[in-house]
Design a binder for this molecule. Structure first.
Ligand SMILES: [Zn+2]
Length: 262
């Protein structure tokens, strides 16, 4: 790493010494630091000191915007790895925000066959459609498609964090399949019918951020295998950071990420 290098940063800093780190499960570090969370303020700045291990040099072909999107892409890559996706398998994804879109992009890279997305916001339906997904407004509409010919996909990713998304994703999964829970459920306590996953012997795989994904994401971006350059994002200057936050909170238009460019 040289002074002046363009870099992407993994915004999750592990201690390297706890039992989870020593097992190679750095995302589950017991002493992890997330910069810019309330107890670690100050990351929204022109310069910030970060641990060297959290950085990855950006090749000239990867823009700063795509580099910033290596973080949600890493969440997508981690979830797809945990799901055990194999080439030729169908997948469904609930939610087409930055994480849902990242999961879709990674699934296509790994050879997913048919892809289905449930996203209620009309503006957010266009981009996954461009990637070839069948997009509906709700999980119930996807369920109707799958019920018609018993075509339930073996893997369903929950990436919306919606209030009822956890219970809604379980009926979509093929028996003996996997529900990968990536979204952070709100509210925290969730209700679901145990009968659904029990009778289908489902695996429910919770996913926590990302693990060892930054370098692979940057490499795949450089090779044109992932397409963050085309994601519907909007850029803001540092002075416009409050507007960027507001736009993100308002789910403005088709924007899946607000990028602040210092
Ligand atoms: Zn640790």
């Amino acid at each position: 790493m040289q002074v002046g290098d363009r870099v992407a940063c993994e915004p999750s800093w592990h201690c390297g010494a706890c039992d989870m780190c020593l097992r190679g499960l750095e995302n589950l570090c017991r002493n992890v630091i997330f910069p810019s969370f309330p107890d670690n303020p100050g990351a929204m700045a022109e310069y910030i000191a970060v641990p060297a291990f959290s950085l990855c040099r950006l090749p000239d072909s990867v823009s700063f915007t795509a580099g910033a999107l290596a973080e949600p892409l890493g969440v997508g890559l981690h979830a797809v790895r945990l799901s055990g996706l194999e080439p030729g398998q169908d997948v469904a994804i609930l939610g087409a925000g930055a994480i849902g879109v990242s999961i879709l992009d990674v699934c296509l890279h790994f050879g997913a066959a048919r892809t289905y997305v449930a996203e209620p916001m009309i503006d957010r339906q266009a981009y996954p459609r461009r990637l070839g997904a069948t997009v509906k407004s709700s999980a119930a509409e996807l369920e109707a498609i799958f019920e018609a010919d018993a075509s339930h996909p073996p893997i369903v990713f929950e990436a919306s964090g919606g209030a009822t998304a956890f219970s809604e994703c379980l009926p979509l999964v093929r028996p003996a399949g996997c529900a990968a829970i990536v979204g952070i459920p709100e509210p925290d306590e969730q209700c679901y019918s145990a009968r659904v996953p029990r009778r289908k012997e489902l695996t429910v795989q919770f996913c926590r951020r990302s693990r060892n994904t930054l370098e692979e994401c940057v490499r795949l971006l450089a090779e044109g295998e992932l397409h963050a350059e085309q994601y519907p994002v909007r850029e803001f200057s540092l002075d416009e950071a409050p507007q960027a936050m507001q736009a993100a909170m308002n789910y403005d238009g088709d924007m899946i990420r607000a990028i602040v460019r210092p």
